[in-house]
Design a protein around this ligand. Structure first.
Ligand SMILES: Cc1ncc(COP(=O)(O)O)c(C=O)c1O
Length: 445
């Protein structure tokens, strides 16, 4: 990793923390990773080492890197001059496709990042309801804007480590720089406890503009809502006049074309789509019921604009990517590869006596260490062994499988549709060696 490490040292002189995104430093390695090229499910670092990618650009590369149809669409958009800040025929084509595919979308808008998408959804929910409070679940991640920088990962765990004082959790700030008083607009409760949602709706119902959630809680690995939780989400917020927002930045297109709302059979009022929607290019979307979306300017009074919104290159990439997701056999293949990887990894942990556990849905999965049972709530995650997770990630990378470490916390990993069953077998062979090494180190560290 000579050139990789040199590159990190060089970057530290001019990039804050050596990276363009705070979470990009892989703490298991002590530096960021530098990839010179990528194709399908493979990455090559600056030193020429090849890896099987189980990060998949944090979920953006659902199709695989450098997919030929996305590349062709991008090159065509560039050849046409890619004039940004204007509309072309691809915008309506992609919007139509999304409205046909994602159950709640009657109208959509394009943004750059998932962070912008959730920010605009929340503003729109407040504009539409005339209310100000937002309910979020502890540990659910909705991007990096101020409104939602509370009760995340480590801070949510700290909340749960404190003795609970009722169904409501204190909204611990997950960053400095947040203005005092902003958290007064937030109600935080644990996920998969429908009675907490009921209590919150009873107490704050008239003030709640929206309940926002990750319908599949991928930012804690992969935690699905219980049937009772699904029912509570579908019924309670709307019974109290609040909107239901599914943040599908990560879950969109992950397990079926209509995302988690199709999978769970719950149609929210608004949703976000991100990562996979752009086929590896920076496109995100928010959309929902016509009546709500019509509150956006220029028809309505709620602002959503941006110079780079719906950039022609990323819209062309998104159109090509979504067309691929709709092809016959796409999700059958994802399910086959996912089943092989997840069952194979669980077998390897068992065989080597390493206390790891994997659970997943569609093309993403969570890795947990030292948990007494498969996790369902944020409370269940408190026992997760971050040190073991970091050691596993470092060992996997040494053996040619790239995973991001997310500081050792329980977070999501995944694969792309370009991964064949043979690639999955090769990944498991490499992980067999990595877990074997981990087991030996655990016995004699
Ligand atoms: C559920 C969810 N919402 C929002 C975001 C923010 O998206 P972005 O990183 O594109 O701003 C993410 C990013 O991981 C996410 O997983």
């Amino acid at each position: 990793m000579q050139r990789v490490q040199q590159q990190y040292q060089r970057a530290c002189h001019s990039l804050a923390g050596g990276v363009s995104s705070s979470t990009r430093k892989n703490q298991a390695l002590g530096h960021a990773m530098y990839f010179a090229r990528a194709r399908g499910c493979r990455l090559w670092d600056l030193d020429g080492r090849e890896y099987i990618d189980l990060c998949a650009s944090h979920g953006a590369a659902l199709l695989g890197h450098n997919h030929p149809r996305v590349r062709t669409a991008v090159l065509e958009a560039l050849a046409r001059g890619a004039p940004c800040s204007y509309e072309n025929e691809h915008h309506a084509a992609l919007a139509e496709l999304l409205c046909r595919t994602v159950p709640c979308c009657e109208l959509v808008r394009f943004t750059g990042s998932g962070t912008e998408a959730t920010m605009h959804c929340l503003r729109l929910a407040r504009a539409y309801t005339g209310r100000s409070k937002i309910l979020k679940f502890a540990g659910h991640f909705h991007g990096y804007h101020d409104q939602v920088m509370y009760a995340l990962g480590g801070s949510a765990a700290a909340e749960r480590a404190e003795p609970p004082t009722g169904p409501f959790l204190p909204p611990h700030a997950a960053s400095s720089g947040l203005p005092p008083g902003l958290d007064e607009h937030l109600v935080v409760i644990p996920f998969n406890q429908p009675e907490a949602l009921e209590a919150a709706c009873q107490r704050y119902g008239r003030e709640l503009a929206a309940v926002i959630c990750e319908p599949i809680w991928y930012n804690a690995g992969c935690i699905q809502p219980t049937a009772e939780m699904v029912r509570a989400l579908a019924e309670l917020p709307r019974a109290h006049g609040a909107l239901l927002i599914f943040d599908e930045v990560l879950s969109a297109f992950r397990m079926c074309p209509g995302g988690a709302q199709q999978y769970l059979n719950v149609v929210p009022d608004l949703c976000t789509l991100g990562k996979a929607v752009g086929g590896g290019y920076p496109l995100s979307v928010f959309g929902g019921r016509r009546e709500i979306m019509q509150r956006l300017m220029p028809e309505g009074d709620c602002q959503h604009s941006g110079t780079y919104n719906g950039h022609p290159v990323v819209v062309a990439a998104g159109l090509a990517a979504v067309q691929c997701y709709l092809e016959r056999g796409f999700y059958e293949h994802i399910t086959q590869v996912g089943t092989r990887l997840i069952s194979g990894l669980n077998e390897l942990f068992k065989r080597h006596g390493v206390p790891g556990h994997v659970q997943g849905l569609g093309a993403r999965f969570g890795l947990y260490f030292d948990l007494p049972k498969p996790p369902l709530t944020d409370h269940d995650l408190l026992a997760h062994n971050r040190t073991l997770m970091l050691r596993f990630v470092a060992s996997a990378i040494r053996h040619g499988v790239y995973l991001h470490d997310y500081g050792g916390g329980p977070c999501h990993h995944g694969f792309c549709a370009a991964m064949t069953m043979a690639d999955a077998g090769e990944a498991l062979r490499r992980l067999d060696a990595a877990i074997g090494e981990l087991a030996r180190d655990e016995i004699s560290p």
